[in-house]
Design a protein around this ligand. Structure first.
Ligand code: CP
Ligand code: NVA
Length: 309
């Protein structure tokens, strides 16, 4: 059993396959106990500071409720209301917060902010989304796929759309557990080459595949999982109108999904811009598991918190 106490989570790349499996196993247990009404006060008396530079529904609520269910307490801290907004450094903020709390979650623009928090904090820091990656989402995604398909290794995930933070987490997550991942992205909107190359190295160890194409149909072909995310992420609002035109052929709609396996599942980290990256027809179809996926943020983050705090 991997001992993860005191560990931070900047990216899924930092975890071994065994550690990911450990988190998923713990998620399964905590989810079952939650439904049985069995309390699991594993973090009694512990506190979690949650710094948000950007809005959130799922991440904020699932961490807050998760800490409560584990017997601990979570503080929501809007970055604008902290002294951070008035120029106190990230380093000093990390040093001070870690004198009060047992863990820190942060949702930030620059990934470097996460790395700085980790560097200067005495307590574990969890990346609650940065412009580079969204590891908590990746954990919930893998857990959801495992629940729906009964395995991970050997499946094919097709990600269609923007090669963004969520795409990066999937690249790391899928390659670590031996899932094939093919991304269909417009030219110029592919995932970061360094992430692709690191994922390819991981995939080589497990005999799985990592591929990036500009053809959405090719990406979807034979997929067990179809995944998409918004075309303009938080912080890219000004590019929205231009991006809509470029991304149009990458919309996940009734026509495009025809290329996938008959029993494919549709996933989206949410929030969705319905009518843009996905149509209602797909998002509300029997293939869609988007709300189970959102729920699983709670269970997988509780598992992560319990293992590292
Ligand atoms: N998927 C996700 O992280 O959602 P929020 O932005 O609502 O937290
Ligand atoms: N790519 C999206 C994910 C939101 C959960 C964003 O960064 O806005």
């Amino acid at each position: 059993m991997a001992n993860m106490k005191g560990r931070s989570l900047a990216s899924l790349y930092d975890l071994t396959r065994e550690e990911i499996e450990e988190i998923l196993k713990k998620s399964e247990l905590l989810k079952r106990e939650t439904f049985q009404g069995q309390p699991h006060l594993l973090l009694k008396g512990k506190t979690l500071a949650m710094i948000f530079e950007k809005p959130s529904t799922r991440t904020r609520v699932s961490f807050e409720v998760g800490m409560w269910q584990l017997g601990g307490y979570a503080l929501y801290l809007s970055a604008g209301d902290l002294q951070l907004g008035r120029g106190e450094t990230i380093a000093d903020t990390a040093r001070v917060l870690s004198r009060y709390v047992d863990g820190i979650v942060a949702r930030v623009f620059r990934h470097q902010t996460i790395l700085d928090l980790i560097r200067y904090s005495r307590v574990p820091v969890i990346n609650g989304l940065s412009d580079y990656t969204h590891p908590c989402q990746g954990l919930a995604d893998l857990f959801t796929i495992y629940e729906k398909k009964g395995r991970l290794s050997g499946l094919k995930l097709a990600y269609v759309g923007d090669g963004n933070n969520v795409a990066h987490s999937l690249l790391y997550g899928c390659s670590k557990v031996g899932m094939d991942i093919v991304l269909g992205c417009p030219k110029g909107y592919e995932p970061h080459p360094e992430v692709v190359s690191k994922a390819k190295d991981e995939a080589k160890i497990r005999g799985s595949q990592v591929k990036v194409t500009n053809d959405p149909k090719e990406a979807i072909k034979g997929a067990d999982v179809i995944y998409t995310d918004v075309w303009a992420s938080m912080g890219q609002e000004k590019e929205h109108d231009q991006r809509i035109k470029i991304f149009k052929p990458y919309q996940v709609n009734g026509q495009l999904v025809k290329g996938a396996k008959e029993d494919y599942v549709f996933m989206h980290c949410l929030p969705a811009h319905r009518g843009e990256e996905v149509t209602d027809e797909v998002a509300d179809s029997k293939h869609s598991v988007i709300f189970d996926q959102a729920e699983n943020r709670l269970h997988t983050q509780k598992a992560l918190l319990a293992l590292i705090m």
